[in-house]
Design a protein around this ligand. Structure first.
Ligand SMILES: Nc1ncnc2c1ncn2[C@@H]1O[C@H](COP(=O)(O)OP(=O)(O)O)[C@@H](O)[C@H]1O
Ligand SMILES: [Mg+2]
Length: 148
């Protein structure tokens, strides 16, 4: 677990900023393509990064998303400031969403973001303090024999 980092990069995400939404995940995709990450892992990381980023745009004030890649694993760490999540098990349920009508009209609010993040990451840790913010820690193993 004390792998030497080969890469670490931070992205800032602004809540409510729908015009820049998706930019952090697009940058992450470009970085992963450049360093030659296996494409099936890249797809999983990009889905998780995009869903995490959109949740900040929709439900938080701001966040830092940090991508770290070591020879064995890739990590996405999201730390946001915002309303937080009072009931995490409920938020993790497929179909649960507090999206507004406006967000739903833009095509968001299917309530599949957190479930898809969980499905795509090898390991997920989520913690939240209502009124303060939410943290997500996602791990993806890069070796074929994934150390679950
Ligand atoms: N970063 C976050 N801050 C506050 N609440 C969040 C955050 N991420 C998710 N949530 C809450 O969890 C719910 C479920 O999230 P998700 O599965 O991504 O569905 P959706 O984005 O479609 O609402 C959201 O509707 C929201 O209430
Ligand atoms: Mg979502």
């Amino acid at each position: 677990m004390c792998d030497e980092h080969v890469l670490s990069q931070e992205f800032e995400i602004k809540g409510g900023d729908f015009s820049n939404a998706g930019k952090a995940s697009t940058s992450i995709k470009e970085i992963l393509r450049e360093i030659g990450i296996d494409s099936s892992i890249m797809v999983r990381v990009c889905i998780a990064a995009y869903e995490s980023e959109m949740n900040v745009v929709m439900y938080a004030r701001r966040a830092t998303l940090t991508l770290s890649v070591s020879p064995k694993m890739l990590n996405l760490r999201l730390e946001d400031e915002g309303q937080g999540i009072a009931d995490i098990p409920k938020a993790m349920q497929e179909g649960f969403s507090t999206a507004t009508n406006e967000m739903r009209e833009m095509g968001f609010g299917a309530g599949m973001g957190l479930p898809n993040i969980k499905k795509n990451a090898d390991h997920l840790e989520i913690s939240s303090t209502p009124g303060k913010g939410t943290s997500l820690d996602l791990t993806f193993f890069l070796n074929k024999d994934r150390e679950k």
